[in-house]
Write a protein that binds this ligand. Sequence first.
Ligand SMILES: [Zn+2]
Ligand SMILES: [Zn+2]
Ligand SMILES: [Zn+2]
Length: 133
Amino acid sequence: MQRGRPAREKARGEACGCESREIASIEHQWLSSKARSATVSMSHTGIMASCEHLKTAKHIAPRVHVCEKCVEMGDRWVHLRTCQTCGNVGCCDSSKNKHATKHFHATQHPVMQSAERGEHWRWCYVDEIMDGE
Ligand SMILES: [Zn+2]
Ligand SMILES: [Zn+2]
Ligand SMILES: [Zn+2]
C-alpha cells in the first residue's frame, strides 16, 4: 500500500522532482530534419547495425591459415579473412594484394569473417557494415 504516504515524509526526502525530459523528442526532430540529407548512415547509439547478409551468413572456419593466392605469388600478407559463402581465405586490405576484397569483387560473396585468432568480427562488403568484435 503505497497510497497516502505522509506529506512530511515527502518534504523531508526532497522528491527529486525529475520530470520526464524531452531529449528523445528533440533528437527525433533533429533526425527527421536531417533524414533527407545524405548523412543518415550514422548508426543510432547503442544499436549495432546489421544487414540481411550478416544475419543469414553461414559460419565458415578458415580451412588454411595462409593466403593461398599470395603463396602462389610468393608474396606476403598482413591478416587473413575467410569468405562466409565459400570458405575462401584471402588477405585483408592492409595487405598489399587485398585478396579478400578481390574475392568479393570477383564473386559477389558479401560476408567475410576475420580469420585471425581471437577475432570474430564479420564484415559485409555490400553494405559496409561490421558485426561482432
Ligand atoms: Zn549486407
Ligand atoms: Zn593475398
Ligand atoms: Zn567466397
